[in-house]
Write a protein that binds this ligand. Structure first.
Ligand code: BV8
Length: 255
């Protein structure tokens, strides 16, 4: 169990607001998976990917210019993900869903760790690394049905276009249903947690602003300051895998 000490000045306010909340939303970013060993976009990338800027690789243009480079980057990230497990922060959020009247996880992450930790309804705003789709027809294709190409990629069995990861690239619209559900939950919640996100990527970064404007009690969990910090009601300057279990303990929840 984490020995993280929640800051006492606002501990009572935090506990009473979360205990009184009927509807709670947790928005997670890449920092949520950092303690599982998955680097965030802000962490320096390792090995041969160190010289690339992720925000430049995660684009349609990059894939059109060099599909093999982008595909291999995602294959490297899939290999990294295969060696990881959810951390205590993921499990704490999964437990909260069982203990609170209405609790929803909205994630920017594509690693699927919330689902693995027991949050099957986590809303995935940016897609999922485990899935591929036809880059022309935009339909999910099982890797087993794909055709191997002679340039080391996979092709759609129907139209022959390259497969691409089923994730949202910069400049692409988010899945409408996921986005609408996320904003509906954020604008109707009593407490909103922003966990492990730099709050720089839109439109996900707007969710805590909308929640605040709708009257929610906003809590940020992040070891670093972000653009959200100043407007949060409580800031817990720590790592998700330590803060969330400590919060659960202070709420009197056993996980
Ligand atoms: C859209 C999937 C419109 C892919 C991701 C110009 C042209 C086009 C669009 C734009 C533009 N300018 C701005 C935009 C909007 C753009 C945007 O926001 N750009 C930013 C860079 C300025 N947004 C988009 O393009 C979005 N689409 O706007 O579409 C549209 C509408 C209709 C029709 C057509 C178009 C799409 C955005 C989605 C991009 N895809 N992921 C992939 O992963 O490969 S986003 C990707 O980056 C991740 O999902 C992640 O969420 C995000 C940020 O990366 P990180 O920094 O790593 O993560 P995060 O921000 O979460 O920060 C990590 C935090 O964790 C840090 O604060 C750190 O302190 C903290 N931390 C570290 N360790 C821990 C921790 N916290 C807690 N515990 C720890 N242990």
């Amino acid at each position: 169990m984490s020995n993280f000490q929640l800051p006492t000045p606002n501990l009572q306010s935090l506990i009473s607001n979360v205990r009184a909340a009927q509807r709670v939303v947790a928005l997670t970013g890449a920092g949520m998976s950092a303690e599982s060993g998955i680097p965030t976009f802000r962490d320096p990338q390792s090995g041969l990917w160190a010289k690339y800027d992720p925000t430049q690789l995660a684009t349609v243009g990059a894939f059109e210019r060099d599909p093999k480079l982008v595909w291999d980057w995602y294959e490297w990230r899939r290999a990294t993900r295969r060696d990881t497990q959810p951390n205590p922060g993921h499990f704490a959020l999964a437990a909260m869903a069982k203990l609170l009247p209405h609790f929803v996880v909205v994630t920017q992450n594509i690693d699927g760790l919330h689902h693995l930790a027991g949050s099957p309804d986590a809303i995935e705003l940016h897609g999922n690394l485990a899935r591929n789709k036809c880059s022309r027809e935009d339909v999910v294709i099982d890797r087993a049905e794909a055709r191997a190409t002679n340039d080391g990629l996979l092709a759609c069995p129907r139209c022959g276009a390259y497969l691409r990861p089923d994730v949202v690239w910069f400049g692409e619209a988010l899945p409408r249903d996921a986005l609408e559900r996320a904003f509906a939950e954020a604008t109707h919640c009593d407490a909103f947690f922003a966990i492990g996100t730099s709050g720089l990527v839109e439109p996900a970064a707007a969710l805590p602003r909308f929640a605040k404007r709708a009257g929610a009690f906003v809590v940020e969990i992040n070891p670093e300051e972000t653009p959200l910090s100043a407007s949060a009601d409580v800031v817990l300057r720590g790592k998700a895998g330590q803060v969330l279990p400590a919060l659960m303990k202070n709420l009197g929840f056993q996980i």
